[in-house]
Design a protein around this ligand. Structure first.
Ligand SMILES: [Zn+2]
Length: 457
């Protein structure tokens, strides 16, 4: 027996109240990166109660995997649950913190984690009901806003997957055709020799001079790197007092490029600037790569299946009060800023005549956003598909008080369930249609690279 998308969507809807309560609970108790003990436990406990086998991943606090099914291919579904510091916000149409300076779900991860969880549960149930082989594995991915799932990637947790899926709360419904940028973060330290800056300057070797010369080298380097490469830095240690030649200095840097390969090339030249500055100043340079993300490689075979499935599962229809709320919230964002969230991914600005995206889009082919996403690293390892679901009014961007407010609304929770149904039904197809999975894997093979993370470049 086979399951169609409508039947799989019904499996999500049968437990709508439970999923809505969980998404609201996590929105009510936002935990920022590295502190998601409660949110992680809620996800883990629900999966365990539905006979998922839970595995802890000691390489990262509050991360875990939970699997159900047997034999067949393995599909990963990724969830996140961290909030953003300082973004506390009521579910209202004006800026109003619930806890002054407290965290808030301005990236909608209360919806992301629960939507992916509902997808994994419904997919496992669909496999059971239809007697199909195959395994579904939920990944609890903490600290997405900071380090991200990189320790899990480097520990090989995704290596045995046949494909993976995720989604993100957004202002439009579309497969995630657009790419993200690759980056690497590093700290460069210089060690010199302290001396009295007036009494014995000749005895000193200034680590701050080295930091400044390295940064100057980077300024000249900007002109001669691959287009789209971005170099950002701050001096985090520049010495203590002007009358002491600084013995130590530190610079924190980000190197960003359209592809991980470009990050590798630019990083090498940034390190040459560090070495050159050390030679010029008679100091010693050392560096540490602290984190990094690969660009997201969209898998168009999976995105095609996501788009088809989106068309099969009816979008929720907003109630009158949900429309009014969305309209009032959208009105707090300037027209230019609303347009920018759409043009960034190639969506038409004509959509802004409405407050809610009530249709299926197909946006982003050939586009790239400047930001980086740790799903990118997973997309380097296995064929990965993502989608956006419109949980926020059109033109509302992530990491704003408006997105935090909207993420606590009834409308957002209904959309999260719709996303869950689309992911579950797409996952079912990937596990039961060898031709679709084969196409996704063939497409992925063409993009393989020899490294696993920009941190290993
Ligand atoms: Zn996010």
């Amino acid at each position: 027996m086979s399951m169609d998308s409508i039947r799989i969507a019904a499996l999500v809807e049968a437990r709508a109240a439970e999923y809505d309560a969980l998404a609201l609970d996590i929105w009510d108790h936002p935990e920022p990166a590295f502190q998601e003990a409660r949110s992680s436990a809620l996800h883990r406990d629900l999966l365990a109660s539905r006979a998922f086998r839970v595995t802890d991943c000691p390489e990262m606090a509050h991360s875990f995997m939970a699997e159900k099914g047997s034999g067949g291919p393995i599909l990963g579904i990724m969830g996140e649950y961290d909030a953003l510091p300082g973004m506390s916000q009521a579910c209202s149409t004006s800026r109003q913190a619930l806890v002054e300076g407290g965290p808030g779900h301005a990236c909608g991860h209360n919806l992301l984690g629960v939507g992916s969880l509902a997808a994994a549960l419904a997919l496992a149930e669909a496999l059971e009901l239809s007697g199909q082989p195959g395994r579904v594995r939920y990944y609890g991915c903490p600290a997405e806003e900071a380090l991200g799932r990189i320790p899990l990637v480097r520990a090989g947790r995704f290596d045995d997957l046949d494909a993976s899926l995720s989604w993100h709360p957004a202002d439009v419904n579309t497969p995630h055709h657009y790419r993200t940028s690759a980056n690497v973060a590093l700290v460069v330290r210089f060690a010199g020799r302290a001396s009295h800056a007036a009494m014995a300057p000749q005895a000193g070797r200034s680590a701050l001079d080295a930091a400044q010369l390295m940064n100057l080298g980077i300024e000249f380097l900007r002109e001669h790197v691959e287009p789209g490469t971005l170099l950002h830095y701050v001096i985090t240690d520049g010495g203590r007092r002007p009358n002491i030649v600084p013995e130590a200095a530190a610079v924190s840097l980000y190197v960003r490029a359209p592809r991980a390969e470009g990050v590798r090339a630019a990083l090498k030249r940034v390190l040459d600037c560090a070495k050159g500055a050390a030679t010029m100043t008679g100091t010693k340079a050392s560096w540490e790569i602290t984190h990094g993300k690969c660009d997201f490689i969209p898998n168009e075979a999976i995105h095609g299946a996501i788009h088809e499935t989106m068309g099969q599962i009816p979008l929720p229809r907003p109630a009158a009060e949900e429309k009014t709320f969305a309209k009032a919230l959208a009105a707090t964002v300037g027209r230019k800023d609303r347009e920018a969230t759409l043009t960034m991914i190639g969506a038409p600005t004509a959509l802004l005549s409405k407050a809610i995206h009530g249709e299926i889009g197909d946006f982003g082919r050939g586009y790239r956003i400047g930001g980086s996403l740790d799903v990118g690293d997973v997309s380097y390892i296995v064929p990965t598909g993502q989608m956006n679901a419109a949980t926020w009014p059109l033109g509302v961007g992530a990491h704003t008080w408006q997105s935090c407010s909207a993420s606590g609304s009834t409308w957002a929770r209904r959309q999260a369930r719709w996303a869950a149904a689309v992911l579950a039904a797409t996952g079912y197809r990937l596990l039961t249609e060898p031709r679709l999975l084969g196409a996704a894997q063939a497409e992925h093979r063409a993009t393989r690279t020899p490294w696993r993370s920009t941190m290993d470049l």
